[in-house]
Design a protein around this ligand. Structure first.
Ligand SMILES: Cc1cc2nc3c(=O)[nH]c(=O)nc-3n(C[C@H](O)[C@H](O)[C@H](O)COP(=O)(O)OP(=O)(O)OC[C@H]3O[C@@H](n4cnc5c(N)ncnc54)[C@H](O)[C@@H]3O)c2cc1C
Length: 453
């Protein structure tokens, strides 16, 4: 990319904003256009199922403050409908065509719908946006009947905790043995005890068999034969990548956008992908492309994608973070590092810290209220999962001079602008804010982390 070029970013969430900031930090002074289908500035999405739905924070409180002036042309309420990579054009409604020299795809995910659920009934809801939280809160205020959340993963547990914080009856329905079971039996046990202590009802090992809709309420007949009456039902059964608009673009969108290790989209020039929508091989673990749906990953991948777009495909560096995430449930803090989902076995690393092992190798950790021990095991994972050597993609022979092929070490920076050269090249550990213990227990601090990284 060079000055005078136009970079289009599709998706005005945290990944969209942070990639724009990184472009400016690197000295890009061409045009940046950010296209987002929501009608508001990027905000702190994790607050949706926590402080926003409880009313502790208002929508204006959760807006992300840019930490550099992105000087972008924002297109709010505009949904990209199609991508033509051969013409380098993003299509917008009204036959508008937006040309680009570089494109950053950051369209995230959307909530998965449950087959059989009456999806057009306004009492059946999902939680992803500020609007979802505000309208759900309004509906909850209008009726004091119980709520049900289907799905016992992170968002389901957070929402159930939010309901109990408001003093509302809530039942968590999940088909796993226990909530958050994928983080190991110890975390699942701690979460179960916590929900029980706060008198949230749990209906585990069960699914909805029949939906009975009446004027005032829903009856949910579960496979464990329980019948639950609820005024509103929240579906929290996972998400699917928001990549429909890329159909027919030639990109592989089988589960998010398939990328090279550097976050360059496979099968297109000058297109990088960031955040929840990117499926890339994190070479720190293996060569299998996967998506990661966590806040810090969105921040870090956004910065890496911007750096690689600026550097160009040949000098791009693989994005090899150690994924880290958190969740707050009641007054407790769940933390994760590495890739717990890849674990074949679990091991107790310390009191309250579970390790996840694959092929005899520690590849992840999860903890419940153990920030100090988690600091140690996060650093330990960094050490035990080193980043392997990487051979960059080959370019057409004509572009390479066999005698003067630049070394990645010494010549990567001159490709960037002078200002960019003053910046440190991307280092995955640069955004390790949770290594401060205070930050682990204060949501304000986490809010600051999201804004400041
Ligand atoms: C309720 C909730 C709670 C969460 N809590 C936590 C937590 O505690 N900890 C944690 O680590 N992570 C949490 N996450 C996950 C975290 O918020 C995401 O990983 C992060 O927001 C991903 O950022 P993103 O920019 O990739 O995607 P998003 O934040 O989803 O932003 C993508 C944007 O692109 C827009 N878009 C989509 N398609 C188009 C299109 N065709 N044209 C234009 N715009 C489009 C979307 O509307 C959206 O505004 C939570 C997520 C949710 C939903």
């Amino acid at each position: 990319m060079s000055d005078g070029d136009r970079i289009v970013i599709v998706g005005a969430g945290v990944a969209g904003l942070r990639s724009a900031e990184r472009l400016r930090e690197l000295g890009f002074d061409g045009e940046i256009v950010i296209v987002g289908d929501e009608r508001r500035r990027p905000y702190h999405r994790p607050m949706v199922s926590k402080q926003l739905v409880t009313g502790q924070l208002r929508p204006m409180d959760v807006e992300l403050k840019p930490y550099v002036d992105v000087d972008a042309h924002w297109r709010f309420g505009a949904r990209a409908t199609h991508l033509d990579t051969s013409q380098r054009v993003v299509h917008l409604p009204g036959k508008e065509e937006l040309w680009y020299d570089g494109l950053i795809i950051a369209t995230g995910v959307v909530p998965r719908h449950l087959p059989g659920a009456p999806r057009h009934d306004p009492r059946v809801r999902v939680l992803r946006t500020v609007e979802d939280a505000v309208s759900l809160r309004r509906a909850l205020t209008a009726s004091n009947k119980p709520a049900v959340v289907i799905g016992s993963g992170l968002i389901g547990c957070e929402f159930a905790a939010s309901m109990r914080t408001l003093g509302r009856d809530v039942t968590l329905v999940g088909h796993a043995k226990a909530p958050l079971y994928r983080f190991g039996p110890r975390v699942a046990e701690a979460v179960t005890e916590t929900h029980e202590k706060h008198r949230a009802s749990l209906a585990m090992n069960s699914e909805v068999r029949h939906w009975i809709s009446t004027k005032d309420a829903f009856g949910l007949h579960l496979t464990n034969n329980q019948l639950i009456v609820a005024s509103c039902v929240v579906l929290a059964i996972g998400s699917v990548p928001a990549v429909d608009w890329l159909r027919g673009s030639g990109l592989d969108i089988s589960d998010g956008v398939l990328c090279e290790p550097t976050l360059f989209a496979e099968g297109a020039e000058d297109v990088v992908v960031a955040g929840d929508a990117a499926r890339w091989p994190n070479l720190r673990f293996d060569e299998t492309p996967r998506r990661v749906e966590h806040w810090l990953n969105a921040v870090e991948s956004a910065r890496a994608a911007a750096e690689n777009l600026m550097a160009g495909r040949r000098l791009a560096k693989p994005f090899t973070p150690l994924p880290r995430a958190w969740s707050s449930i009641y007054e407790h803090r769940l933390q994760m590092a590495g890739m717990p989902a890849l674990g074949e076995d679990t091991v107790a690393l310390a009191d309250g810290v579970t390790g996840f092992v694959r092929g005899g190798r520690l590849i992840g950790a999860a903890s419940w209220d153990k920030p100090r021990a988690m600091l140690h095991w996060t650093a330990e994972l960094e050490r035990r999962l080193p980043v392997p050597e990487y051979t960059p993609v080959a370019e057409p022979a004509a572009e390479l001079s066999p005698t003067a092929e630049p070394s990645l070490e010494t010549e990567a920076l001159p490709m960037l602008s002078a200002q960019a050269a003053e910046q440190q090249p991307y280092v995955p550990t640069e955004a390790l804010p949770e290594l401060s213990e205070d930050m682990m227990f204060s949501d304000e601090e986490w809010l600051r982390v999201g804004q400041g990284v």
